[in-house]
Design a protein around this ligand. Sequence first.
Ligand code: NAI
Ligand code: MG
Length: 350
Amino acid sequence: PHYHIVVLPGDGIGPEVTREAVRVLEAAAEAFGFRLTTETHPVGGAAIDATGDPLPEPVLQACLQADAVLLGAVGGPKWDNLDRAQRPEAGLLRLRKALEAYANLRPVQVPEALADASPLKREVVAGTDLLIVRELTGGIYFGEPRGRNGQMAWNTMRYTREEVARIARVAFEWAKRRRGRVASVDKANVLEVSQLWREVVSQVHREEFPELELEHFYVDNAAMQLVRDPRRFDVVVTGNLFGDILSDLAATLPGSLGMLPSASIGGRVGLFEPVHGSAPDIAGQGKANPLAAILSAAMLLETLGQEAAARAVRQGVDAALAEGVKTADLCRAGETPASTEAVGQFIAAY
Ligand code: NAI
Ligand code: MG
């Protein structure tokens, strides 16, 4: 096979971390015998400087023609005083919308070698490996009617059967590649929408994935379990609002933003990007942790069906951590930090 990837490095540390992710992708293609070509375009502040638009039309068209899009991060102080619609972030929002991705995937891992960096106790978090699947294009963030008058304001939480079924399928498909367990999160003791959610997730499970395990959680209990016993979770599937909150909660478990990858899939083309921003405070110094970008590239490989290559990349990440090849954000006092490039080179060579 031959995959064509559009790379959007963006601003700040975006170019530094995507360079290492591309290095790793190219090494994986070589080792696993598939072809990979990349095409790089400016987005965000870099695109504003070049063209006045954070997402120029030719860049969007290139993304829509690609097999996948790998993005770094956008934004920075240089563009902070622009109007909201003209800022770097506006380009990213437009891109996500154009790609029609309804499933946001946020894996959270706490490898043994990093468990001491977590704000929680090592005994609780070491070995955590979960995946949050958040519905991204429906629910209360988009439901109509919405509005306000002098005395009150209102939003509408709504999901159709089809919206729930398709996000449930995404969750079950990923569970199949992982440990085979899905936790569905709702508030079915209170909300009509959640009762439909629970009914449809159970139906998809029964009819299409009976070999997997399904458990239902109320969202308040899920939040508590995520910090009390995160290792009990494999795949967690939930709606837009609950997913927003739970994914940020889970993101605190590893103790560094530099470890968290993400994918937005389900539309025409998948978008893969680290959770962190452009980190202007450390940009241009070779200090940025490239693991979030590299792990995003591993999700890209998995989504394209190159699962063995994805596994090899993850093993490379584990090996780098185990051997202490890690950037400053992951180092304890007395440990010598490696540069962004050294981490990428180690994993590409693994
Ligand atoms: P940030 O994620 O860029 O940085 C927060 C803190 O984490 C900083 O101290 C930074 O040095 C550190 N950090 C982040 N990524 C790291 C990495 N890979 N390795 C080591 N340390 C890392 O968030 P912040 O500071 O709130 O925003 C900075 C800029 O990024 C803003 O312009 C913001 O709008 C933009 N941003 C962009 C996002 C995107 O492109 N998806 C997401 C979040 C923020
Ligand atoms: Mg959020």
